[in-house]
Design a protein around this ligand. Sequence first.
Ligand code: MSP
Length: 496
Amino acid sequence: MPESFYVTTPIYYVNASPHLGHAYTTIAADIMARHHRQRGEQVFFLTGTDEHGEPVADAAHAQGVEPQELADRNAERFKALAPRLGASNDFFIRTTDPEHMAKVREVLAKVHANGFVYEGIYEGMYCPRCADFKAENEIDKGNRCPIHHIELVKEKEENYFFALSKFQEPLEKLYAEHPSWVAPRTRYNEALSFVKGGLRDVPLTRRHLTWGVPVPWDEEHVFYVWFDALLNYYSALSYATPGSDLTAEFWPASCHVIAKDILRFHTVYWPALLLAAGLELPRKVFVHGYLLMEGEKMSKSLGNVLDPFAAIERFGADALRFYLLRDVSFGQDGSVSTAAFEQRYESELANDYGNLASRTLAMVARYREGKLPAAAAAGTAQTLDPALAEDFAGLAERVAELIDRVELTNALDEIWQRVRRLNRYVEEQAPWQLAKDPARADDLDRVLGTLMQGLRIVTVLLHPYLPASTERLLAALDAPVLTPIEPLFPRVEAAS
Ligand code: MSP
């Protein structure tokens, strides 16, 4: 049985259109999905939209439309973004799917039946944009939300509560026994210190809202949107493929990829909820940083948004994927800019890699009429130049190891060092000189064979990052007679 690998993105709020921050997480998860498929594993990659709750209901009412209408409109935009990014998701979940809603009711009824739900009165400060209650130490000056800078609302209502406090010990045990279940380490420490600070029960339902999943034991309530949303990771498997239930094959999830804004929900509430329902816990939550524009987190509500559709239009999806994973160390915050994007495109994609590919194919076409002798073409150990073979030894294993740790930028860097190594090899060997001397025909075969083989290795490893251009190049490398190709990354006109 091949191993299975299940990776998810957060499901995005449909209160506005997608922006580069959402694209970032989807791209990263896609790189993992594609890499694991290359390893021959059974992969399930899930993304989708979070459609219930106050952020969506409020945005709809502000625009004078029903929440469903706004949800339908924006869910379409998120759904369309995935393929434009080159994302290979196996399913796109919407929390308004009736199958999801039924599953939420089923799982939370179980949590209720297991004795982890009780009635109480909640009083506290609430941010409708976060759809989250704020503890005292989370409130900014002027009673404001530290994320959205809007004034918090004092809420008092009768709710059903989820007995989070009962999971104090089980969660401490989880953190002690599985030190890499939250990564990077700083995020693990942050989540653990939240747990250690003492868990308090949290509202599970909202009474006065209607835009949500109705509570099966009291239909006057809907579930608090976060519990509805988190369960997407579990519910999707039960109906993504009509006629079959993938839960047994893919649950528990291998990795939830999120940013740090939603850390607490995924690393505290979510495992507690699963324990309460008697379900297995995900293997890992990987928490990446923020893409910053002018030093602040990009966000719909702050209005400092960079449009991923426009970037793809100009440079192509592969270039965007590459830039985001290359320029910002995955796991940390980092600034992005059009200038840095254009610089990387030109110097790395067009020059380092694109030129290497064009040059190599052009030389084989020119000096060998598109065909290398069988031994050189096969790129066997004997034909691979020992000087270069050494620099390539263990590369695939190293890349796999880094991607297993979700160090996507470091993995890309390992590959890129080999791209640069191949360029140096071309300069060192100067095949154009060898071609002038018929006595050195074997040397030329060896050099061209080595280049072809090296190019193939880096191209296969780059495939998860650059799916479209590597497919084009692999098709060219596999042709019975090699011919020059159009540039993989053509010059892009300066933005007007
Ligand atoms: N709907 C919730 C998530 C529910 S998951 C069960 C939500 N939605 S969101 O639309 O606000 O998306 C938040 C996520 O979008 C972040 O966790 C991150 O994955 C991505 N990002 C949004 N802005 C981002 C940046 N500026 N930088 C990096 N990631 C960004 O929260």
